[in-house]
Design a protein around this ligand. Structure first.
Ligand code: SF4
Length: 389
């Protein structure tokens, strides 16, 4: 029976498995199957799926893997995700992966794509660039060419063409995936005690390693269980967690914030799962539909370039209002330049609208959560005492 507990236990096992047994099992189930990994933040997984391959999200190695080899390739004063990802590769944990996409989120990931090419010459490696301009004839044309090149590369790797019909079928599945995740986020916003964020994180994260068909079923099962099994309501402060967007926080950090008296009612974990805000249309040219969706219907976040200075950070104010949040906790990876450079601008926007906020940094393997719990607890208490007259 799919109780909340059994589902979360399954997701937890997937989360902790750094050998990626579920993805290996998918590959071994039929001869000739291939796996294409990708890093945060966004790649069009539909294209990988339409080529008959498994998209595998690699979000670093978390808390449990000691990084030894990875440190030899990078200086110590950068974030941990490239080092731990390299550790996964060098220790053979990704030896079943035939392709690897590195999205253009920062120079660190750009460098990692180069290192991967040198280190694993048999793997199809692509640095996947996305537009910083949302005009159809400029950024749109550029992105269309980028997708066409990616499509060709994936077809070559898969040994088959990606037909429009196959791409439409994949878009249908990922549209459903995005809807199901949006439904769970909406449920958490409405009744956060029913959907603890530490559970929601694991359930969504399972989609990084499972085929989308299985993940869709898992999301439906969890939603049903979360509605069914009542959990007690606590007197907590509602907060938005912001600043993550690439290297993920340890699960213990999410739990620490919750235990300190906060309901997380919105977050930017695993942005790929909520990047596109609407269903990608199925009629017409499906490749162009992916271009248009990225250009015109993608979520405003720290990871997306905002050309208009006055709109910078407005999405965060909107998220606070839309979720009836009472404050914002900035939690960003240590040494993450994009997140840390963004934060002063976001804080200014929040200050202008009198939204209280605090911030701290983490690494994916941060172990000591007592300071986080103390800060988040004090923040939650101060909201209760002074923000709600
Ligand atoms: S955590 Fe930040 S600095 Fe590190 S790879 Fe991601 S975006 Fe780049």
């Amino acid at each position: 029976m799919n109780t909340r507990q059994t589902l979360v236990e399954r997701c937890s096992a997937l989360f902790e498995d750094l050998s990626f047994g579920a993805s290996r099992a998918w590959k071994d189930a039929q001869p000739g199957r291939k796996v294409v990994a990708y890093m945060p933040v966004y790649v069009p997984r539909e294209l990988i799926h339409a080529a008959g391959m498994l998209p595998l999200g690699i979000l670093g190695a978390g808390e449990s893997l000691e990084v030894i080899h990875g440190d030899a390739y990078y200086q110590s004063y950068i974030c941990r995700i490239p080092r731990s990802t390299l550790e996964l590769g060098i220790t053979g944990r990704l030896d079943f992966v035939e392709g690897f996409l590195f999205p253009s989120i920062c120079d660190v990931i750009r460098n990692l794509s180069g290192i991967w090419k040198l280190q694993f010459p048999d793997v199809y490696v692509r640095y996947f660039d996305v537009p910083q301009n949302y005009v159809d004839g400029i950024g749109g044309s550029y992105y269309r060419r980028e997708l066409e090149e990616l499509k060709e590369g994936l077809e070559h790797l898969a040994g088959r063409l990606i037909t429009p019909e196959a791409l439409r079928a994949s878009i249908t599945l990922y549209n459903e995936n995005r809807r199901l995740i949006a439904g769970l986020y909406a449920l958490r916003t409405e009744r956060p005690w029913q959907v603890p964020s530490s559970e929601l994180y694991l359930v969504v994260r399972a989609g990084m390693v499972l085929p989308v068909e299985d993940h869709n079923q898992l999301l439906k099962d969890y939603h049903a269980a979360a509605v069914e099994e009542e959990l007690p309501i606590r007197d907590k402060s509602r907060i938005v967690l912001s600043g993550v967007f690439c290297e993920q926080p340890p699960l213990s950090l999410i739990k620490a914030i919750e235990m300190a008296g906060c309901y997380i009612v919105d977050d930017d974990f695993m942005l790929i799962t909520r990047w596109l805000l609407q269903d990608v249309p199925l009629d017409g040219d499906p490749l162009q539909n992916l271009v248009d969706a990225f250009l015109h219907h993608s979520a405003e976040t720290s990871a997306k370039y905002q050309p208009e200075a006055k709109l910078k950070g407005q999405y965060l104010v909107d998220a606070v209002k839309g979720t009836k949040a009472e404050g914002v906790i900035f939690a960003a990876p240590s040494f993450c330049d994009p997140a840390l450079l963004e934060r002063p601008m976001l804080q200014t926007k929040l200050d202008a609208t009198l939204v209280p906020h605090i911030g701290f940094k983490y690494a994916e393997n941060s172990g000591q959560m007592q300071p986080v719990r103390e800060q988040a607890g004090t923040f939650a208490d101060s909201i209760k005492l002074w923000s709600n007259p």
